[in-house]
Design a protein around this ligand. Structure first.
Ligand code: DWN
Length: 410
């Protein structure tokens, strides 16, 4: 751990590392079937805490252009649950802010238009921003105009000058993905109308720690947010945290933060800030035993998988997810234990998981090949996937949910 590191948010020195996941491949860097073992580029994956502003963050900085442009394979529309959540979110914005033909909604990291398409259907002018060309093309096909660029204060100024300021800026699962955090949030303030609102969704660091969700740590996620850290970040860049919503069944526990140019906090803000203080989330002590717990999850899951294998069982996995890559690489789970991974995302099928090179095929393989057990790497969609795979389960297939502790689900 380098001791010259400064916090990505407040710039203060003295980050304290509390978990080292080793040197791992990029979690979305799936590779072709003929890639030799050991050919994957790896980077240190270590997590630290800032005692000044409470931001949890990784210490390595992989350039976003390496992470999110060529061959970025994440498409939001492969989850029915996420599509439902996004539609509800859009309709709530339209109603709450009385949006109509004169309004302007911008989404940063708009992916394949999965969310903005709901505003388009309601006749609300939108603009998507996403640097990944394939996803942007899919968005345009969804009727969502999209700029294939990275968001920041320069692009914010250009949009404001060319198209006007926004009533709503939506930034779901992206604020954790930017190295220049302050420039990114300053861009919100630059583009937002004085009466506008920014809503930011990210997994909640409290649930990451409490639920042992170490696998949601990967190089795409530079930061892991608490309300205290978001509050400090917003105020530093001309915005105020005014409301907090909790979405328990999204990505293992997600918060939606509402930011604005006026300091009008609802009771939810005071409540979350107080709870985080009371839980000790503003001190390194809250994070100190996490590594020990993560090693316990690793040992328990490896013992389970190795035991099942030794008894002659066959094992597959479900979800070539970024979190799945962190888990299998941190644990060294390869084709010695898991024969294949199934995934609905057709862009991932035919490729290999990063690092461990487990082959990825379509979900139909579960019924065709009937593995005795399936490790649920996409555990955040447990309900959706277990319901979807009812026939496989009725045929005797059992799922293994890896966190917060390895559990077999018949
Ligand atoms: O921040 C991010 C999080 C929110 O999403 C992104 N940087 C990357 C991505 O992380 P992830 O890859 O872990 O996300 P998911 O959406 O949890 O991955 C689920 C995987 O499972 C996808 O590859 C799609 C697949 N899937 C499937 O095959 N069948 C998903 C569902 C719901 C299904 O029914």
């Amino acid at each position: 751990m380098r001791d010259d590191l400064t916090c990505r948010s407040c710039g203060e020195p003295g980050l304290t590392s509390f978990l080292d996941l080793g040197s791992t491949p990029l979690s979305d860097a799936l590779v072709p079937g003929d890639t030799p073992a050991g050919a994957d580029e790896t980077f240190p994956l270590e997590v630290a805490f800032c005692r000044n502003c409470s931001l949890v963050q990784i210490t390595e900085e992989v350039p976003p252009s390496k992470l999110f442009v060529d061959n970025y394979l994440y498409f939001s529309s492969f989850s029915d649950h996420l599509l439902r959540h996004s539609r509800e979110n859009a309709l709530a914005h339209i109603e709450r802010q009385g949006l109509g033909p004169e309004s302007f909604v911008v989404e940063v990291a708009s992916n394949d238009g999965y969310l903005l398409k709901n505003f388009v259907e309601a006749g609300v002018p939108v603009l998507g921003i996403d640097p990944a060309p394939t996803q942007a093309e899919a968005a345009e096909a969804n009727g969502v105009p999209t700029l294939t660029e990275f968001f920041g204060i320069d692009l914010a100024r250009r949009i404001a000058a060319e198209r006007g300021k926004a009533d709503v800026i939506i930034a779901n699962n992206v604020m954790a993905h930017v190295p220049d955090l302050n420039g990114f949030v300053a861009g919100y303030a630059e583009l937002l109308k004085d009466t506008g609102v920014v809503t930011v969704e990210n997994p909640y660091v409290r649930d990451l720690i409490d639920h042992g969700a170490f696998d949601t740590i990967y190089h795409e996620h530079f930061c892991y947010f608490s309300c205290s850290a978001v509050n400090a970040l917003a105020r530093r860049n001309g915005l105020f945290l005014n409301h907090v919503e909790y979405v328990p069944d999204l990505h293992g526990g997600t918060l939606r933060w509402h930011l604005g140019k006026r300091d009008e906090p609802s009771e939810t803000v005071r409540s979350y800030l107080r709870e985080e203080q009371d839980k000790g989330m503003l001190d390194i002590g809250y994070y100190k035993d996490f590594a020990t717990r993560v090693h316990g999850i690793r040992d328990g899951l490896l013992d389970l998988l190795r035991g099942l294998k030794a008894q002659g069982n066959t094992i597959a996995a479900y979800g070539a997810a970024a979190k799945g890559s962190t888990l299998v690489n941190f644990m060294g789970i390869g084709t010695d234990l898991v024969d294949f991974v199934v995934d609905r995302n057709v862009h991932k099928q035919g490729l290999l998981m990063p690092g461990v090179h487990i082959p990825i095929v379509g979900p139909e393989a579960l019924l065709e090949r009937k593995p005795d057990y399936t490790l649920l790497l996409a555990w955040n969609f447990k309900d959706e996937i277990l319901a979807q795979q009812d026939e496989y389960r009725r045929a005797g297939g059992q799922f293994i949910v890896p966190v917060p502790e390895p559990q077999v689900v018949a």
